[in-house]
Design a protein around this ligand. Structure first.
Ligand SMILES: [Fe+2]
Length: 310
């Protein structure tokens, strides 16, 4: 398994490299640095007069949940966030015409003992595919402040295409959309459906620590986890996802070896150029017809939209 840094690849090669299970770090995209600056400004304003890295020392978990429950949806849907994400994707070489993206999700990881549920949940070993992500999904993950081995995320590259016992069979995308309405209100109790590996013990874990201003790309089928935060510092990161329309139609993507969930997240993705969704007829053909009463996309304006993965 390989981690490529700033590779010279065409966009077709870039996607295929990720579908094959390799990781890619891009360190030279101006829009990533601008996005980091924007995120830091937002967090500084949100927690002032406290340093965002130490905010948890001054703010109780219940208050923190309230603050983040208001801020996260605003950040996720802000014009500036979305413009920067679109620029990051096109600067990486993926064409706007064929690339669909899902809105950026800010993640907060506080030291163990502080807010660790609801909006600040730490994810166990999982594949995003267990959350009904399509096999074409590529994940983009960037830290806002320097990260460390004791507050970031880990991959099990060896299990990329190997089946792992998991609870994805209990996950239905549409049912989960309905449950997400209440996530932001949770402080101490985790109620949302979170598929994960049941007894997984990786032989080896890979931790990649990109510096702020870099972005890590990986296939949504990778087995990965949040590392419990024992650093004493809050960790802030942002991630978003893309799907290539040509690959969706051609059924090119990562292997799916142990996915038992139902429904699909494909309707969350919109074209970078014109904002259009995938054609519904195509979606039904590829993923099947949803039940009549299904909540196809999560639409609550004031709810937490970061249900999926680390
Ligand atoms: Fe994830």
């Amino acid at each position: 398994m390989t981690v490529l840094v700033d590779p010279s690849l065409t966009d077709d090669e870039l996607r295929q490299t990720l579908y094959d299970g390799k990781l890619i770090v891009l360190t030279r995209l101006p829009a990533v640095s601008e996005f980091v600056d924007y995120c830091r400004e937002q967090l500084t304003e949100l927690f002032k007069p406290h340093d965002p890295l130490h905010a948890h020392e001054h703010i109780e978990p219940a208050e923190m949940a309230k603050i983040l429950g208001v801020w996260k949806p605003r950040f996720i849907h802000s014009e500036r966030s979305n413009q920067l994400v679109k620029r990051i994707i096109t600067e990486a070489g993926l064409p706007a015409e064929f690339t669909h993206y899902d809105v950026p999700k800010p993640r907060t990881s506080f030291p163990a003992g502080h807010l660790t549920t609801g909006v600040a949940f730490a994810f166990p070993w999982h594949r995003d595919a267990w959350y009904a992500s399509p096999r074409q999904q590529l994940n983009w993950w960037l830290p806002v402040y320097p990260i460390r081995e004791d507050n970031s995320m880990a991959f099990d590259l060896d299990s990329f295409a190997k089946a792992v016992p998991n609870t994805s069979g209990s996950f239905d995308y549409y049912a989960n959309n309905a449950k997400r309405l209440t996530t932001a209100k949770q402080v101490t109790k985790e109620e949302q459906e979170r598929p994960g590996a049941t007894t997984h013990q990786p032989i080896q874990e890979l931790i990649v620590l990109p510096s702020p201003g870099s972005v890590l790309m990986f296939a949504g089928s990778h087995l990965h986890t949040s590392i419990p935060n024992t650093s004493g510092l809050a960790r802030y990161s942002v991630d978003f996802r893309t799907v290539d329309a040509r690959d969706l139609v051609a059924d090119r993507g990562s292997p799916l070896v142990d996915v038992h969930c139902t429904g699909t997240a494909i309707r969350d993705f919109h074209n970078i150029g014109d904002g259009s969704a995938f054609d519904e007829e195509l979606v039904v053909k590829l993923f099947g017809a949803p039940p009549d009463d299904a909540m196809l996309v999560f639409t609550a304006e004031d709810g937490e939209r970061s249900a999926q993965s680390v």
